[in-house]
Design a protein around this ligand. Structure first.
Ligand code: NYM
Length: 218
């Protein structure tokens, strides 16, 4: 008997405004999947460790100014430089749990005047598509109760409101094409959010068997 095709990993994204709890929940999901015997790893964008990531970091920390379109392309390039690694991990059976991806890219950039959603989507077209997008939703008011926003670029109340609205519009736009968004009420105790996400994560990992890795926005 020949073994069937190796079971691939699932590609699960966490998206949301700043301070919604994505990083905490993404790490908790990786731990619970590992405890259940799955191969899983945590990944985040921007990946500030690469040369492109250093440029992005300087921009976010306000030490350098970069043109809005130019920095958008750097965020996208920062994903493309990880593309083959993501595919390899998924093919090898590792579930990739990712803290922000191209949806953040579009939500933040298209919230600036003059940058359209369509223009913002183009550079990320063709990246590995997620099997699930967990949108951790919280009002900007409630996010701010978790402590004032810091000094990084974009951490401003008004801008975050626009970003949240753009995320919700992207989710709405995707409904017709069946992209697997899941809205999670993120204004709850860490533990109850974790329980909900663990159930979703476990079922997604089971569902990808035999399913090809998709291609983003194409
Ligand atoms: N951000 C993140 C973008 O503007 N475009 C992108 O493509 C990505 C991935 O970077 N405010 C923004 C959102 C955040 C900031 O993210 C840094 P984090 O998760 O705080 O390190």
């Amino acid at each position: 008997a020949t073994a069937g095709p190796a079971k691939r990993g699932a590609f699960i994204l966490f998206e949301g405004v700043d301070r919604c709890g994505k990083t905490t929940q993404a790490n908790l999901l990786v731990e619970s999947l590992k405890q259940a015997g799955h191969d899983a790893c945590f990944m985040r964008f921007p990946d500030r460790t690469t040369p492109i990531g250093h440029m992005i970091n300087g921009f976010l920390r306000n030490t350098t100014d970069i043109d809005d379109r130019c920095v958008h392309l750097l965020f996208s390039a920062n994903r493309w430089e990880a593309e083959s690694k993501i595919r390899e991990l998924l093919k090898a059976g590792t579930t990739v749990v990712c803290d922000r991806y191209a949806y953040s890219g579009v939500a933040f950039s298209a919230s600036k005047p003059g940058l359209s959603v369509r223009w913002c989507k183009d550079p990320d077209r063709g990246l590995p598509a997620p099997d699930k997008i967990l949108f951790l939703d919280i009002s900007v008011e409630d996010a701010m109760k978790r402590g004032q926003f810091g000094e990084e670029r974009y951490e401003k109340e008004e801008f975050q409101r626009t970003v949240r609205a753009t995320f919700l519009a992207l989710m709405e736009e995707d409904k017709a094409s069946g992209v697997a968004w899941q809205l999670i009420d993120a204004n709850r105790e860490i533990g109850s959010i974790q329980d909900e996400i663990q159930k979703i994560g476990t079922s997604v990992v089971g569902e990808v068997e035999g399913k090809e890795i998709g291609s983003l926005w194409s």
